[in-house]
Design a protein around this ligand. Structure first.
Ligand code: ADP
Length: 498
């Protein structure tokens, strides 16, 4: 499905998109922040504001949660599962019908190349389709209690759910949270990142158009402090799904404790891509580059460490550096191979990691500097960067950079690769490239990660559960497992004979 070329060009020339949503989406309609607050959203490709949006506070959160509570109790939890499924399916169709507008909005807000944004939007449609089909399959169980009793269980929706969304995958993360929540019969309040508020608002409007009752999906925009914090601590929120940084996530964990609110945390990663000497070289080169340069490395599951067997290191890394140096850089609406990073703060963070690494003696094989769009001289860009082999305790190996920076670790053999792969506090995903079937599955078992990709990084899709271990968080999203957070089991045991 090609992007509407005229819309794309108009957005590029004007620097914005006409008809962006204005206001929070609460109770089925757009409305201003009660206190009248506004914020600017920046186009990272030009480092300039391109639109404004409502900056909410606790009063707006209260209103949205009350609206979600009403919609839950009065309508949505008792809506027939097949009717819920139809709304989600229509939403998927509407997302597809609006792919160009959604992708352009996502690119202006986040900076990512519009081809990637289009993939995210279509992925969001696929997410709604997937969970549309799940609505009427949330079966319970029966328990063998003997002839005098009957025991059974069913899945109840947990209630009002809060979704805290990061800026790197705005529409994807919103969809993967609210589609299963709505499928289960829950209602939702979404807090998009303040850097990227628009596609969540557009999605909420499409859900309404698809027939979702007012209040079943609300979006409140604003900062983490003013909107996120009161939302996760709200006594009438039954479940929180948080995707973001470790520092904010651990704060959210503390905040939900007072109300004993259930929580899924999807935090950071420092994921290894293990490349063994018998790999398919071309597949591994493509995989390693996609793993770290897609979305300019701003992916919690980015493959930010190349763990490579010594035997093929020199030749593989030479080619990798040549191809990396040749990547096109530019404004996301020009669909380059590498777009900007999301903010000046992020650019500083990425630069800081590389500059400190240099001071410790790290060798930068390619890249290693902040830059701008070669056409306009504007924007928050960082060159695609590869750092030569670092010791395991180095910051460049241990810490999530969240930018286009790949650190190499040399492994002596597959055994050593497992040791290196597991040597950080994160355990989100891992990639493995080898033609040896047994070695691949041995590594998949022994590497600590929520998800392991073999011979294709980011393989899978909505059907495959996703989430981390250790400091990468807990709970799983996506797949049928992803719907469990939004259901709770009610068991019934009855005496039926005396
Ligand atoms: P980053 O530091 O890269 O912005 P965060 O983890 O802080 O990443 O942001 C992820 C999401 O969490 C954003 O929507 C942000 O507004 C939100 N957020 C930030 N602080 C809080 C908080 N104290 N409580 C709830 N949400 C928050």
């Amino acid at each position: 499905m090609p992007i509407d070329a005229k819309l794309l060009e108009r957005a590029y020339q004007s620097g914005t998109l006409e008809g962006l949503p204005d206001g929070h989406f609460i109770d089925g309609r757009f409305q201003p922040a009660q206190a009248g607050g506004r914020m600017e959203s920046f186009d990272p490709g030009r480092a300039e504001p391109f639109a404004t949006f409502a900056a909410g506070d606790a009063a707006d959160v209260d209103q949205a949660v009350a609206s979600a509570r009403g919609a839950f109790e009065d309508v949505w939890r008792d809506t027939a599962p097949e009717a819920r499924g139809r709304v989600l399916m229509r939403t998927a169709e509407l997302i597809r019908a609006n792919v160009s507008r959604l992708a352009v909005a996502e690119t202006l807000d986040s900076g990512k190349p519009v081809g990637e944004a289009q993939g995210d939007v279509l992925g969001a449609a696929r997410t709604f389709e997937y969970y549309a089909g799940a609505c009427d399959k949330l079966q319970g169980d029966t328990f063998p209690l003997g002839p005098d009793h009957l025991g059974y269980s069913f899945n109840e929706p947990v209630g009002v759910t809060a979704h805290i969304i990061p800026w790197n995958f705005p529409i994807s993360t919103t969809a993967r949270g609210i589609a299963p929540a709505l499928a289960a019969g829950c209602t939702a309040v979404v807090k998009p990142a303040e850097q990227t508020p628009f596609t969540a608002l557009m999605l909420a409007e499409l859900l309404s158009e698809a027939g979702l009752p007012p209040g079943a999906c609300n979006v409140v925009t604003g900062t983490g402090q003013d909107v996120g914090a009161p939302l996760v601590a709200h006594a009438d929120v039954d479940h929180v799904t948080f995707t973001g940084s470790v520092a904010t996530g651990t704060g959210v964990m503390k905040a939900v404790a007072d109300n004993v609110t259930s929580l899924v945390l999807e935090l950071g990663g420092k994921s290894p891509v293990v490349v063994l000497s018998d790999c398919d070289r071309e597949a591994a080169l493509d995989g390693v580059m996609g793993a770290i340069f897609e979305n300019a490395g701003q992916i919690c599951s980015a493959g930010s460490r190349l763990v490579i067997e010594r035997a093929i290191h020199d030749d593989f890394v030479d080619t990798l550096c040549q191809r990396t140096g040749a990547l096109s850089i530019g404004h996301g609406l020009r669909d380059p191979q590498l777009g900007p990073v999301n903010s000046d703060r992020q650019l500083e963070t990425v630069s800081g990691f590389v500059d400190r690494g240099r001071e410790r003696g790290a060798t930068v094989l390619t890249g290693g500097a902040a830059t701008t769009d070669p056409q306009t001289g504007k924007g928050w860009f960082y060159e695609p960067t590869i750092i030569a082999d670092r010791p395991v305790d180095d910051e460049l190996v241990q810490e999530e950079i969240f930018g286009p920076v790949l650190t190499i670790q040399i492994a002596e053999d597959a055994e050593d690769a497992v040791r290196l792969a597991n040597a950080t506090r994160y355990a989100l995903v891992a990639g493995v490239y080898t033609r040896d079937f047994e070695a691949a599955h041995q590594l998949a078992r022994r590497i600590d990660a929520g998800q392991v990709y073999i011979n294709e990084y980011f393989a899978g899709g909505i059907a495959v559960p996703f989430g981390g271990n250790r400091m990468s968080g807990f709970g799983r999203e996506k797949g049928l497992e992803g719907i469990r957070s939004y259901c709770r089991t009610k068991s019934v045991a009855a005496r039926i004979a005396r």
